[in-house]
Design a protein around this ligand. Sequence first.
Ligand SMILES: C[S@@+](CC[C@H](N)C(=O)[O-])C[C@H]1O[C@@H](n2cnc3c(N)ncnc32)[C@H](O)[C@@H]1O
Length: 229
Amino acid sequence: MIIATVKPSLVLTRDGSHSLRNNITGEHYHSIFGAYTESMHVFVAAGLQLQASATATLRLLEVGVGTGLNLVLAARYALQADCSINYTGLEPYPIDIEILKDLNYNEFIGADLFNNYVTAYPQLLTGAAWQQANFEANVLQKPLLEFESEQCFDLIFYDAFSPVSQVGMWEEASIAKVASLLAPGGVLVTYCIRGYIRRQFLALGLQAEKLPGPPGKREMMRITKPKHV
Ligand SMILES: C[S@@+](CC[C@H](N)C(=O)[O-])C[C@H]1O[C@@H](n2cnc3c(N)ncnc32)[C@H](O)[C@@H]1O
């Protein structure tokens, strides 16, 4: 169980980028072997690079916005690759802006873009979009199971806490929910790979790939919804 009122602690991961530790569960928001490296590997290289050209405007959903690292990396990708991305993020327990200001992602992503995100963060949490040229982000303070959407998504970053601390995020209701949010041909990427989770996606008619993981992790998982189900 996550207790939102307890402040997470800042930690330095092995590639020099920051992450946060939840002080109730002891769980980190990213890999301690490198937060930036993990996000680039799992979400950008295995997800965004594959799907960016799938549709004119990529519909991207992130489950677990946290620090916004993946959100800002997606914005940077859209700006650099000149593609259009519409990002929706779910975060029922948003971090405090003072914690966000302490993160050193400006050194990894680019100071202008990250500082711009930090400035926009309070409005983003009240429902205003953050727009950067062809990238638009909206964040909803909702848990996955309460999220209703008229649109499906071409790409999902499934970045929930691990099954050790948040088992419900990897059980049938959550997996069925997130699978239902994928568009035909859509892709979900996650750092977490366990046999019982992979089998739940397979049972729903989706395809599951094991890919090499980021530093400190042998494998990661990529799920694809067939174009014709
Ligand atoms: C592993 S961290 C995410 C890291 C994040 N993507 C980042 O780059 O900082 C997991 C996040 O999921 C959020 N979370 C917890 N329960 C959730 C739920 N039911 N639906 C969506 N997000 C949830 C947590 O508050 C936390 O921010």
